[in-house]
Design a protein around this ligand. Structure first.
Ligand code: MD6
Ligand code: FE
Length: 215
């Protein structure tokens, strides 16, 4: 059994992004048969919606959630809410396929104890983007975040601890997973405007699942 560092050096599907952050190319592909039907069921119970930022802008990315709470934004701010504000009901539970995927990816990246309690689901249609931001609404930054890309490819921007730090770009494709924590947990990142295209399974969209331990 080779150690994590050796695997990172020799395995071309493993790419170091930053201290504590690793890109696992194609990691989600073997989960896709279970994850896609589960995703469909979550979306039926908690449909995508375009949320409004505290500054009053409607986000181009449509969002929904599953798990013990969901990430929401409105004029009063960003927060995790145990209920879907649209329906006043609890968010759908985390499907077992989602949990299995997130736990396996985190373990592969060296975070063997990661147990997510929430999953934010982002939907990008052509032209949608997510401006540079930090993920800082979670209670404990010791936990990593697992991010899974599905559908159309996107350009992921990864910066540093300050908004003005230099940015590197990574192409994220269907089935790629990014796990990040440690030193880079609060680094700025974003997604540039999605290019039009037609993915063989998901059509004209990109879906991103981000798993966190939020509560
Ligand atoms: C996206 N992802 O990939 C947006 N945040 O659509 C994120 O904002 C993100 O991928 C924290 C950790 C991983 C991520
Ligand atoms: Fe983020």
């Amino acid at each position: 059994m080779t150690d994590l560092f050796t695997r990172l050096v020799v395995d071309p599907s493993r790419e170091a992004v930053a201290e504590g952050a690793i890109l696992l190319r194609g990691f989600a592909l073997s989960f896709e048969d279970r994850v896609l039907p589960a995703l469909r069921s979550v979306i039926e119970q908690a449909p995508f919606r375009h949320m409004v930022t505290p500054g009053g802008y409607t986000m181009s990315v449509a969002m929904t959630n599953c798990g013990a709470a969901g990430w929401v934004t409105d004029r009063s701010g960003y927060r995790y809410d145990r209920h879907d504000p649209e329906t006043a009901r609890p968010w759908p539970a985390l499907p077992s396929s989602f949990l299995d995927l997130a736990i396996a990816a985190a373990k592969e990246a060296g975070y063997a104890d990661f147990r997510p309690d929430v999953c934010l689901i982002n939907r990008y249609e052509p032209g949608a983007k997510l401006s540079l931001h930090q993920d800082k609404d979670e209670r404990d930054y010791a936990h990593p975040i697992v991010s899974v890309s599905l559908g159309l490819p996107a350009t992921f921007q990864f910066g540093g601890p300050n908004r003005i730090d230099p940015i590197r770009k990574y192409a994220l494709r269907h089935g790629d997973a990014v796990v990040w924590g440690g030193q880079s947990r609060l680094f700025y990142h974003g997604i540039t405007e999605l290019k039009d295209g037609d993915h063989e399974i998901l059509g004209r969209m990109r879906i991103n699942l981000t798993f966190r331990r939020a509560l």
